[in-house]
Design a protein around this ligand. Structure first.
Ligand SMILES: *Cc1c(COP(=O)(O)O)cnc(C)c1O
Length: 505
């Protein structure tokens, strides 16, 4: 065994990992990376098919991001945001506010915008104008949660007990506030005693929806579903019931367009606009968790064909970077992390409105201050990397590359329908989840203890393709620099792994 692998096994405790299994075999020790390729200490090469757990955007060792970090390194790596401003964090905050506004309508005199999806709607979009920096997705959510909580108490009265609503299967991180918002029993049950109560609504998981009367087809379940939007009806009921208790929800928290750790669960077209409109009409703030979907992950346009590619190449600035923008919604809190720095450094941000900001203004002795912060808030290296990543995202080359990759991903995935153990293939932009089942005709799932997803990913690793499953869902989330040949290899490795691990009967 390699010396470093030995040290790892002796000293390191890995996240979300059954360490007994981990200790049974020699781990892959990553030594370097370039583009979509990771290289280990033994010189073996692997494709980074989940962008290093959904973080990487432009590939490893991108010269522009490397240069930005190096330039900043020569000035200073970190100084505190407690008491001091700094150059890259100031520039980054300005830039984030600017890109968050892309595609929204011009604000009226109250700073409100009408959502695009429904011009008749009386509900208006706010404008995101303030940025609170932190370190991870979890902390970005924690900040939104605390701000929404306190904002609600300050506007509705100090006796209010703000209550939050989120989606079934939701994952918003592992700190306790974020876990309270989450609804994954397997991860969260053990900590129940430490959490505060939140409510959940059903997630629009068309493939396994009890209201979907359609028989399984060899197609994305969103496309062939037969229902009457019962899920949206339930959301309406939930809000009405809460109103009866005289305690409207303080906020609705959601991952837009696709829930990640819930199992790559995409939302059928129209769901998000209806549900957020209901939430807004009931006075709830919107907290959008774009930790996974942000920075172009949700795709350049809904469906990419040659026409869409031609159109984005003419106007690259029209490509939206956030899933909420894709449907014309501006939330009251926008949480970003993973891809913010291009996936190079841990950094996160929570964007919010002037209105929320103002609720925390007062004389010092009123103690309206937002008493929250982290040692590395507004870190310079992270900010410099983020600015370089955002520069790249705005280039025509990147927009075109993303459009082509999105289209190719769609095309390559179609071959997987030939596998009887593939039940559903779900793609949103540059994210895909492939759900493995015992029998596609019945949708019968593999029991978790069969470790079907894990075994398939292990077989993919043997073929030089690295990803991690969510239960029985295999995730493909290629870095934006992935070449056509590399993408082909990711999908064929998946196909071969399924064939060898889950043989046809
Ligand atoms: C990963 C993730 C988080 C948590 O982010 P960390 O950086 O791991 O704390 C929160 N929300 C979503 C949607 C995520 O994908």
């Amino acid at each position: 065994m390699h010396k470093l692998a030995q040290l790892d096994q002796q000293f390191v405790w890995h996240p979300f990992t059954q360490m007994r299994d981990w200790l049974r075999r020699e781990p892959i020790v990553i030594a370097s990376g370039k583009g979509a390729v990771l290289r280990d200490v033994k010189g073996r090469e692997f494709l980074d098919a989940n962008s290093s757990i959904w973080t990487n955007l432009h590939g490893h060792q991108h010269p522009k991001i490397n240069a930005a970090i190096t330039r900043q390194l020569k000035k200073i790596s970190h100084s505190s945001a407690l008491g001091f401003a700094n150059e890259p964090a100031s520039l980054l905050a300005e830039r984030l506010v600017k890109i968050a506004a892309n595609g929204s309508r011009v604000a009226d005199s109250n700073g409100h915008r009408t959502p695009k999806f429904n011009p008749k709607s009386k509900i208006t979009n706010p404008k995101l104008e303030k940025v609170f920096f932190s370190d991870d997705g979890s902390t970005a959510l924690e900040v939104a949660l605390k701000l929404a909580y306190e904002f609600t108490r300050r506007t509705r009265g100090a006796k209010t007990k703000p209550r939050f609503l989120s989606l079934d299967g939701a994952y918003h991180g592992d700190t306790l506030g974020a876990v309270s918002l989450g609804h994954i029993i397997l991860f969260h049950k053990a900590y129940g005693g430490m959490l505060f109560a939140t409510d959940k609504i059903m997630s629009p998981y068309c493939y396994r929806c009890p209201f979907n009367r359609a028989k399984p087809e060899r197609n994305d379940a969103r496309k062939y579903r037969k229902c009457h939007w019962e899920c949206v009806g339930l959301v309406e009921k939930k809000f009405a019931a809460q109103k009866k208790k005289n305690n409207d929800y303080a906020a609705f928290v959601f991952e837009p367009l696709m829930q990640g750790a819930a199992g790559m669960i995409p939302q059928p077209s129209g769901w998000l606009t209806q549900v957020t409109e209901i939430a807004r009409a009931n006075g709830a703030l919107l907290i959008a968790d774009e930790v996974m979907t942000g920075f172009g992950r949700s795709g350049v346009t809904c469906h990419v064909d040659d026409k869409a590619i031609a159109s984005v190449s003419k106007n690259p600035a029209s490509a939206k970077l956030f899933a909420t923008q894709r449907v014309g919604i501006t939330p009251d809190f926008l949480c970003v992390a993973k891809g913010l720095t291009g996936g190079y450094l841990p950094m996160a941000a929570t964007l919010t409105t002037q209105k929320v900001f103002n609720a925390f203004l007062g004389e010092y002795e009123e103690f309206k201050t937002f008493f929250h912060g982290h040692s590395f808030t507004g870190n310079q290296l992270g900010s410099a990397a983020s600015l370089a990543s955002l520069d790249l995202l705005a280039t025509k080359a990147s927009v075109l590359q993303r459009a082509r990759l999105q289209k190719q991903l769609h095309n390559e995935l179609q071959s997987l329908w030939a596998l009887p153990h593939v039940g559903d293939i779900r793609q949103v932009g540059l994210v895909a989840g492939i759900e493995l089942v015992k029998n596609w005709r019945t949708r019968e799932p593999f029991a978790l203890r069969e470790r079907a997803g894990i075994r398939v990913c292990e077989a993919m690793a043997r073929q030089g393709v690295l990803t991690r499953p969510v239960g029985n869902v295999i995730v493909l989330m290629p870095p934006y620099c992935t070449t056509p040949v590399q993408l082909q290899k990711m999908v064929s490795a998946l196909s071969e792994a399924v064939e060898s691990i889950l043989p046809r009967k």
